[in-house]
Design a protein around this ligand. Structure first.
Ligand code: PGA
Length: 261
């Protein structure tokens, strides 16, 4: 995913979370590869569970489909039982990694500082980090959406210099919209994306901020894809539940391909 491209291609990422068997995952990857062969208008990726990554990277070799891990540790090696490090992901063929997904923040208690260390480590191993940020329902209802997003963005990117910021993708995923069937309205999502771009613009300059991809996640489905992606500040989608069935993921991809960017 290259933010230097003149025209940003829309990004579509499927986050499988803790789902599928290895056999199902490999079959899905094969079929996805065949289905999008030769289609260059979009950037497509999948985020399988750790233990499938090597096999799936092998299946997708030679295709344009990116493989992203769902998480990583902030250290490159060491006594961290049960954890996975950036060079390991790189070695098996991943190009991307989700960092700070709301399920990591809220179920596993990851904080902004740990997330920031992961972001810097991912970049140092030439993995593209997808920094996930977003407010809870309580925070939105209390009118704190922008404060939360600002804090997560600033802390997550602390120490990330202008020379490497272009390697990063930001994913805005309101927690209340994840897996709930309750999507942010296109206008609500666009408003927060616009706010994020303003912050990036203040910190890194307008030109750089314009080129960065800010993608939306939270109950994305084929029937809301068109409206979301037509918003000027939404550069792509991070899809959980609706990416699990290949047919449904392909329908979303088709909608994206029909949009003139
Ligand atoms: P969802 O998940 O599409 O099932 O809401 C999105 C995500 O968690 O990335």
């Amino acid at each position: 995913m290259n933010s230097d491209n003149q025209k940003k291609r829309p990004i579509i990422l499927g986050n499988w979370k803790m789902n599928k068997s290895l056999k199902e995952g490999v079959q899905y990857a094969r079929s996805l590869k065949a289905a999008i062969a030769g289609k260059s208008g979009i950037i497509c990726g999948i985020c399988p569970p750790y233990v499938f990554l090597k096999d799936i990277c092998a299946v997708l070799e030679g295709s344009t489909i990116c493989v992203s891990a769902q998480n990583m540790h902030s250290e490159a090696s060491g006594a961290f039982t049960g954890e996975i490090a950036a060079p390991m992901l790189k070695e098996v063929g991943c190009s991307h990694v989700l960092v700070g997904h709301s399920e990591r923040r809220h179920i596993f208690g990851e904080d902004d500082f740990f997330i920031n260390d992961k972001i810097k480590k991912a970049i140092s191993f030439e993995l593209v980090p997808i920094l996930c940020i977003g407010e809870t329902l309580e925070e939105r209802e209390a009118g704190n959406t922008k404060d939360v997003v600002l804090r997560q963005l600033k802390n997550g990117l602390r120490g990330v210099g202008i020379e490497v910021i272009k390697c990063i993708i930001i994913a805005y995923e309101p927690v209340w919209a994840i897996g709930t069937g309750r999507t942010a309205s296109p206008e609500q999502a666009n408003e927060v994306h616009s706010f994020i771009r303003t912050i990036l613009s203040e910190d890194y300059g307008k030109d750089i901020a314009k080129k960065l991809s800010i993608i939306y996640g939270g109950s994305v489905k084929a029937d809301n894809t068109g409206a979301l992606i037509h918003q000027p500040e939404i550069d792509g989608l991070l899809v959980g539940g609706a990416s699990l069935e290949l047919e449904s993921f392909l329908t979303i991809i088709e909608v994206l391909q029909g949009v003139d960017f």
